[in-house]
Design a protein around this ligand. Structure first.
Ligand code: SF4
Length: 361
């Protein structure tokens, strides 16, 4: 399976696709093979995913097209208003046709558009694919996905990772959108060394279905905008839920500290966004969250719906557990994903099911 790159969540998304035989543009045949599908206007913190433009771009042309898109944006967008200074807003204002025409004028040529029927379906995402030992296309070589608890690494661990990549791999370290990293080019004979060195540094190439998709922004520990300690609370959620359930399928739980949405709470299966929770009439507050459910990306792309407001941070583990238990107990079949289950229910029905677990909805 492929690894999600979240291209649909970006202002400019290039999604690698296979164009199949028979595609044409302006009566000319389009060469089959790997192209990028161009999607524009993603900004999940503003509840929008990038939309397909119908344009495909040859890999060798991607930089020129991105350059032209950015130049049209910077020359024409409303950059005086911070809340509107994103590609989505000029696209909403102009429409795709006018914007793409401007890009073509900047490039001095037409962009290739093809019927979606000539794009091969993408393989399903394997959400655990980025962790563990995997064979590369090159014989005898492997890439190893290292699980980092909510993306945190000490300086000593960074040095170990760098040494492993240099001594046992091809020197590359690749960061994943799920706050983990990959070491590539590891010969078969060095895999055990890599795993042993990781373990000695307190790291691992294994993780649980819950921790693989557990994402947290910097949070109150390092960011002045945060209304909660997202990384610490994420780990508390994992520590609470893991002994209480066995997840056969990954779920994405995203904790974001504020509306800047660095951890993309609107596209997590379960998304939490920092909120100051009032505790008395005097206006005192404690850190906490608003909770969203049913977001997704890629083939499951969609914005999560508000489930519950202003829970204290210490309540978050039990609330997340209750939501997951409801899914595990009420899904139509063992294969039904969380996002499919959540979208099959209206929010009131989900709240009622969660309330039955004894957790106040
Ligand atoms: S989402 Fe907000 S709190 Fe979290 S890192 Fe981004 S700006 Fe800071």
């Amino acid at each position: 399976g492929s690894i999600a790159t979240l291209e649909d969540t970006n202002d400019i998304g290039f999604q690698a696709v296979e164009v199949i035989e028979g595609a044409s543009f302006e009566a000319q045949p389009v060469a089959p093979g790997i192209w990028y599908r161009l999607a524009l206007g993603g900004i999940t913190g503003h509840k929008d995913l990038a939309r397909d433009t119908g344009v495909i771009v040859a890999p060798s042309d991607a930089v020129a097209v991105a350059d032209a898109v950015i130049r049209i944006f910077t020359a024409n967008a409303n950059r005086a208003d911070r809340n509107k200074a994103r590609l989505k807003y000029i696209l909403d204002d102009w429409g795709f046709d006018r914007f793409l025409t401007a890009v073509e004028e900047k490039l001095g040529r037409r962009l290739v558009r093809i019927d979606a029927a000539f794009v091969a379906p993408r393989p399903a995402y394997d959400r655990l694919a980025h962790v563990g030992v995997h064979r590369q296309a090159q014989p005898g070589l492997n890439w190893i996905g290292v699980a980092l608890p909510v993306g945190k690494l000490t300086v000593a661990q960074m040095r170990v990772i760098a040494a492993i990549a240099r001594d046992c791999g091809d020197g590359d370290i690749r960061l994943t959108v799920w706050q983990n990293l990959l070491i590539s080019g590891v010969p078969d004979a060095r895999i055990d060394d890599v795993l042993a060195n990781l373990q000695a540094a307190g790291l691992s190439a294994e993780t649980s279905a819950l921790r693989a998709g557990l994402i947290a922004c910097t949070g109150a520990t390092g960011c002045k905008f945060a209304a909660a300690h997202t990384k610490e609370d994420a780990l508390a959620i994992a520590a609470h839920c893991e002994p209480r359930m066995t997840l056969e399928q990954p779920v994405n739980i995203h904790l974001t500290g504020c509306h800047n949405s660095c951890a993309q709470h609107y596209i997590g299966d379960i998304g939490l966004i920092g909120a100051k929770v009032p505790v008395n009439e005097e206006g005192d507050t404690v850190p906490g969250y608003d909770v969203y459910v049913g977001g997704g990306y890629g083939v499951d792309g969609g914005i999560a719906r508000a489930f519950r407001e202003k829970i204290k941070a210490e309540e978050a583990p039990a609330v997340v557990e209750a939501i997951l238990q409801v899914w595990q107990g009420h899904r139509a079949a063992p294969e039904e994903s969380f996002v499919a289950f959540a979208r099959r229910h209206d929010i009131e029905a989900l709240r009622a099911l969660v309330a039955q677990t004894g957790e106040a909805a």
